[in-house]
Write a protein that binds this ligand. Structure first.
Ligand code: C2E
Ligand code: MG
Ligand code: MG
Length: 849
């Protein structure tokens, strides 16, 4: 920006001599100046405050206030610092000139004046003063800008050996501007010793002609605090000669701190503060390099907490997090200073042991780590007993890179877990082959579904009352090209681990329901379909939503779908599981517990879950004919399940002997090679068409003895009841007339009678009262609307009615009550005691009440 003088500069002439004032006016006005006059110092000051002149011509010798004093006072006024003040002195009056300049005058003109030159002289003065004002403005704003940018600059002029520091530079260095000369030596003294050589080198380089440098270093203040600076400098040449060195320092402490924080976060686990995978990998490569140099061993330990998911699911995530922090603290205590404890995520930790003399030392540390878990963890009000499994790999034997060491330690961990937790395993080569196979299967499994390599086989389930097939279990098969059929045990655990079981399970459910729909359509409408469901599916998606959707898509009635659950599911977060299971029950599907007896749950633990069927694991069935234990365990499972109103299915029945045992002990149904292996869909079709069933002497032996009598004066109610109960294999008698009912009972061994409450010819209560007298062993059920509850209370109290079921009934509850009533009838018959419906029997009202 060019310094500009104002268009018509205003000049204030201060002189007590009127003549001088007139002469000045006459000399300047024609040259484009505006003139104001003051005849003394006070008047001048007054005018200055009002009129802001561009220049002041001031006589030094005036009565009252002298020109010197007036000049000094003007300089102190706001805006007075920069206005050019020219004093009028006598010729050769050196003392006055000196005094005027000391008082702040910008220039002087000696009297008598050269009038011709006056205008030129003033114009020149105005121009240079405006340039000075501009310069000071620029310097000011540079100072502000430097302060804002936390940037200071320095210069060192070689010709004079002098230097300059901007005020901001002093501030950055923690110095006052007056503290000393602006030399490079002083700057160097502000750099902490460890970095001085680096800064000095750069500076010397500049001297020697490197042109420029840029580096980051710290500076230390007098109080010991430190700042980070970015330091740039360059050499300036003129005519080939080095004349000037100059540089800037920017205070980047805050940015640096943020960078350090970001770096910390990128390298540490937020929950425990331990190094994360990033930093672990860094450290691994460093210590591998060191181990190569020193020839010492190093060991990589991969740890996984046993049953951590159980803690998270049962106590909630805050306790899970607190546990991980506590584990991190204990692990740090188990190792030496130079070792690394890292967390890779979840409950997986890694420990790097460096500078080990031999394998034994690693083993000692592993033992120490295990011992850290002996004491329980006290978290709030919870006392948790935890254990860990550890896989160990060693450098160089088990891998020569961090990646391979972690992989081999992982394989060893996998094998430790397999061995049964709370233990450790050192890697050996056999584990490697296993891991490779796993990786191979995992890769192929990813594509199996898309390529149509998965299919379902179906295994019939046979009802032991009727000997007939009542349903199927869908079992997954993987036809792997080039390898053949892979059994589910080989790939389902892996699919569960990787989460692939979720899409696979979805496919299984849809395919099985679609197949069941097809069988229903071809006339086998009584069939049910059981589908195995994994815990992971419950955890990852809403099973009730999926089941609703699949039922709607396939058109299969809910009561024909059975979900086979595992005991491990019931050990999960109970509230969530119970909620999902209850929702599934509301939808109407049957819930069964697979492989019962292999887990830890007792039957009484199962009471809190809405389980309908218990499938007794094949390991028990295998033993029933030749081991007392197997036989008595199986017997008691059947008896206890009955007492909890659950039905029983025996799995893996292979021999006639096993079947006989199950018949005698009144297991409800069987599944196993004895009747049929799992078969492809087309083979099942043939089996169904052929009407294949167990011969009646292989059943409970008295299928016809389960005779059910239905009495209702409305035909449509009778047929609705028959429809519901048909598939339970009863011999069903029915009549609309109470009198005829009594006749039928005389001819047939009726086990259970279900009677309407209100009938034209005879009230239900009356009919059941008579039945009680004539056939006390027959179990009597009353079917009626809520409104008639009062009228039957008496009959209930007399014991004439064993159960009371409300209309409209729930099919499943009705079926279960009738099944249960038959069991009661049969138990009574076995004891050959008087019939079950004694007066002392408390009447039960169905589940809807
Ligand atoms: P599971 O649900 O207990 O199924 C019964 C297993 O016993 C089946 O093995 C069946 O072929 C076998 N089996 C049936 N009768 C006999 C017999 O008389 N003797 C012997 N020794 N074995 C018999 P499979 O098909 O190999 O299935 C194994 C397990 O894989 C199943 O056990 C089930 O837990 C799981 N699984 C199968 N399909 C699926 C599925 O679609 N989803 C899930 N999550 N798991 C499945
Ligand atoms: Mg199953
Ligand atoms: Mg099973």
């Amino acid at each position: 920006m060019n310094p500009q003088i104002p268009p018509e500069p205003l000049v204030l002439v201060v002189d007590d001599d009127v003549m001088t004032r007139i002469l000045v006016t006459e000399a300047l006005e024609p040259e484009g100046f505006r003139i104001e006059e003051a005849d003394g110092g006070l008047e001048a000051i007054e005018f200055f405050q009002r009129g802001s002149p561009d220049l002041i011509l001031l006589d030094v010798t005036m009565p009252g206030m002298s020109g010197f004093e007036c000049c000094e006072r003007l300089r102190r006024l706001p805006g007075g610092a920069h206005v050019p003040i020219v004093v009028l002195t006598g010729n050769d009056d050196d003392a006055s000139i000196k005094e005027a300049l000391e008082a702040g005058a910008s220039d002087f003109i000696a009297k008598p004046m050269q009038w011709r030159l006056l205008a030129h002289r003033l114009r020149y003065l105005l121009r240079s003063s405006s340039a000075l004002a501009e310069l000071s403005r620029i310097r000011d704003s540079l100072g502000h800008a430097q302060a804002l940018a936390r940037l200071g600059n320095w210069e060192y002029r070689l010709s004079t050996g002098t230097g300059y520091w901007s005020p901001q530079l002093s501030r950055i260095l923690g110095q006052t501007p007056e503290a000393g000369p602006a030399t490079f030596d002083r700057l160097l003294l502000c750099v902490p010793e460890d970095q001085r050589p680096q800064v000095l080198d750069a500076f010397m380089g500049l001297h020697a002609g490197t042109g420029s440098y840029a580096l980051e270093h710290r500076v230390r203040h007098g109080d010991g605090s430190e700042r980070h600076v970015f330091h740039q400098a360059e050499a300036v040449h003129e005519a080939g000669r080095l004349v000037l060195l100059r540089g800037t320092l920017q205070d980047i402490t805050e940015r640096k701190q943020q960078e350090l924080r970001i770096e910390y976060l990128a390298n540490h686990d937020a929950l425990t503060g331990l190094p994360n995978r990033n930093l672990l990998n860094d450290r691994l490569s460093q210590i591998i390099a060191r181990a190569r140099r020193t020839g010492l061993h190093l060991a990589t330990l991969v740890l996984d907490l046993d049953r951590f998911k159980f803690v998270n699911d049962s106590y909630g995530h805050p306790i899970g997090d607190a546990l991980l922090q506590a584990v991190a603290d204990r692990l740090k205590m188990a190792v030496r200073e130079g070792d690394t404890v890292a967390r890779l995520g979840g409950d997986e930790f890694v420990i790097l042991l460096t500078d080990l003399a031999d394998t034994q030392t690693a083993e000692d540390v592993v033992q120490k780590v295990l011992s850290m878990f002996v004491d329980p963890f006290l978290l709030g009000e919870h006392t948790l007993h935890m254990s860990t499994s550890i896989g160990v790999s060693e450098f160089p034997a088990d891998g020569d890179s961090g990646e391979i060491l972690l992989k081999t330690a992982d394989a060893a961990l996998y094998s430790a877990k397999d061995k049964g937790r709370n233990c450790y395993q050192f890697y050996n080569h056999k584990m490697g082959a296993l891991m490779e196979e796993r990786a191979d299967i995992e890769h192929a499994l990813h594509q199996a579904m898309a390529r149509g390599e998965l299919e379902l086989h179906y295994q019939p389930k046979v009802d032991l009352n009727s000997g007939k097939i009542y349903g199927m279990e869908a079992l997954l098969r993987w036809r792997r090209p080039g390898i053949g059929q892979v059994p589910p045990d080989r790939f389902i655990p892996l699919a569960e681990e990787t989460g692939l079981i979720v899409p696979i399970g979805d496919w299984v459910l849809r395919t099985a329901c679609a197949q069941l729909g097809a069988w229903h359509a071809s006339g086998f409408s009584h069939l049910t379909m059981a589908v195995n469901v994994s815990v992971r599916q419950f955890r990852q998606i809403s099973m009730p939503d999926l089941v609703r959707e699949v039922l709607a898509d396939s058109g299969v009635p809910a009561q024909c779908l059975e979900l086979e659950l595992t005991e491990s599911l019931l050990m999960q977060n109970q509230e969530l599981v119970v909620r999902d299971l209850n929702q599934l029950k509301e939808i109407g599907v049957t819930l069964s517990l697979d492989d019962f007896g292999t887990g830890y749950s007792s039957l009484s633990y199962l009471k809190q879950f809405p389980i309908d069927v218990v499938k007794i694991d094949q390991s028990f069935i295998r033993d029933v004919t030749d081991s007392v234990d197997g036989a008595s365990l199986t017997k008691s499972i059947i008896a206890m399940a009955k007492s909890l109103n659950m039905s029983t299915v025996a799995e893996g029945v292979e021999t006639e002997g096993q079947l006989g045992f199950l018949n005698t002990n009144r297991c409800d149904a069987i599944q196993g090679y004895y009747f049929s292996r799992p078969l492809a869909q087309s083979e099942i079709g043939e089996l169904l068409q052929a009407g294949t069933r167990l011969p009646s002497d292989s059943c409970h032996g008295e299928p016809q003895q389960r005779v059910l009598l239905l009495v209702d004066d409305e035909d449509n109610i009778l047929s609705a009841l028959q429809r519901v109960l048909r598939r339970d294999g009863y011999r069903i008698l029915s009549t609309t007339k109470p009198q005829e009912a009594l006749e039928l009972m005389a001819i047939h061994p009726v086990g259970v009678i279900v009677s309407d409450a209100r009938m034209r010819d005879m009230a239900g209560t009356e009919l059941l009262r008579r039945v009680k007298g004539l056939h006390p062993e027959t179990v009597r059920i009353m079917l009626s609307g809520y409104t008639e509850l009062n009228s039957v209370t008496e009959a209930i109290n007399e014991g004439a009615v064993y159960k009371f079921i409300t209309k409209p009934w729930n099919d499943e509850i009705l079926r279960e009550h009738i099944r249960e009533s038959f069991r009661r009838y049969e138990a009574g018959a076995q004891r050959s005691e008087p019939g079950p419906a004694q007066a002392s029997d408390a009447a039960a009202i169905d589940g809807a009440v």
